[in-house]
Design a binder for this molecule. Structure first.
Ligand SMILES: Cc1cc2nc3c(=O)[nH]c(=O)nc-3n(C[C@H](O)[C@H](O)[C@H](O)COP(=O)(O)OP(=O)(O)OC[C@H]3O[C@@H](n4cnc5c(N)ncnc54)[C@H](O)[C@@H]3O)c2cc1C
Length: 290
């Protein structure tokens, strides 16, 4: 079923995001973590594509197994920077054969280790190029796109970035999933500004629980999200007193309250960045008392 149709039917849902483990040897434990999350009954599960140094190759196998063996409705992330028409057709035809008709269409980033031979294909530079390709060749697919409440790090301005989002949605995107953020007012303001320029499609907030200070500092430095001063002070204090386990406790409590507030104030659902950790998601989910 297309995710956009599921979104239209269900309010206050939870969806989950995974990344493919780099080593195949880690797959069995990955799938047992995933199986534990069945009781959340997520509206959909998404799998990243080469993000943060992860593999691209695993995405197809993992979404296929999530559907066939675990009964989830998967969405494959797909980036287009540096892709050829041929490689996109291969990936999308394989998805179609596996009866998976949902993708998150992304521009993506030039790989950090790209050498001179990496040629950016001018046909596929931004997510909107992939959305256009989907509308032309795979109109039967459902297409999500990414949105940035604090703007994309390379965007020229908040206004320009929002117009780029509108363009992706007007060209065939069905909904947006946001970058992680920690201040809900940023999301609500983003949705208000989006509505003002005519975006009516659902904007699903992305929530990431903080598990370690070093890890979250690295993530926010890459994606441009900000951590409110009050939260940062609590995390620093927890880190001094009890290290990662104390930081994780603060992180989960914060993410649970954040997700609850988002749902209570009109977000269509929440998209959890699971970090492939089932227990963390289950404790957050239980705290939501849905
Ligand atoms: C929910 C979510 C999931 C993600 N999953 C992955 C993943 O699985 N794999 C991965 O590698 N990365 C992933 N990313 C990161 C993403 O690939 C990067 O942020 C990338 O830099 C931008 O891709 P995009 O599709 O979000 O942006 P795009 O829409 O391509 O925009 C990128 C930048 O270009 C600007 N822009 C857009 N269109 C134009 C235009 N026509 N002319 C000029 N400027 C333009 C935008 O304002 C923005 O600054 C994810 C991000 C989010 C929020």
């Amino acid at each position: 079923m297309l995710i956009k149709d599921r979104i239209a039917k269900e309010k206050g849902f939870v969806s989950l995001e995974f990344f493919p483990p780099k080593e195949k040897g880690a797959w069995p434990s990955f799938f047992s973590e995933v199986e534990k999350l069945k009781r959340i009954n997520p509206l959909f599960v998404s799998v990243t594509y080469g993000a943060g140094g992860g593999t691209q190759a695993g995405t197809l196998d993992i979404v296929t197994r999530l559907k066939k063996e675990h009964g989830f409705e998967p969405m494959a992330h797909l980036t287009c920077v540096g892709a050829s028409k041929k490689s996109l057709h291969e990936f999308l035809n394989s998805l179609e054969n596996a009866e998976i008709l949902n993708i998150l269409a992304l521009g993506g980033d030039k790989p950090q280790d790209a050498d001179a031979s990496f040629t950016e294909n001018e046909k596929f530079k931004y997510a909107s190029d992939l959305v256009g390709f989907m509308s032309k060749h795979y109109a039967n697919f459902g297409v999500g796109v990414a949105g940035y409440p604090e703007k994309h790090p390379t965007a020229v301005s908040m206004e320009d970035d929002l117009k780029r989002l509108k363009n992706k949605l007007d060209m065939g995107g069905d909904f947006a999933v946001t970058q992680l953020f920690f201040d809900n007012e940023l999301y609500f303001d983003f949705v208000r500004r989006a509505k003002k320029i005519g975006i009516e499609k659902p904007v699903i907030p992305g929530v990431m629980p903080i598990l370690s200070l070093n890890r979250i500092k690295r993530i926010v430095s890459m994606c441009g999200a900000s951590i409110p001063a009050g939260l940062m002070a609590k995390l620093n204090e927890a880190d001094k007193k009890g290290g990662d386990s104390a930081v994780e406790k603060v992180g989960i409590e914060y993410a649970t309250a954040q997700a609850r507030d988002l749902l209570d104030n009109g977000a269509p659902g929440v998209h959890l960045y699971t970090l492939n950790k089932a227990d963390l998601c289950l404790s957050l989910y239980d705290g939501l008392m849905l």
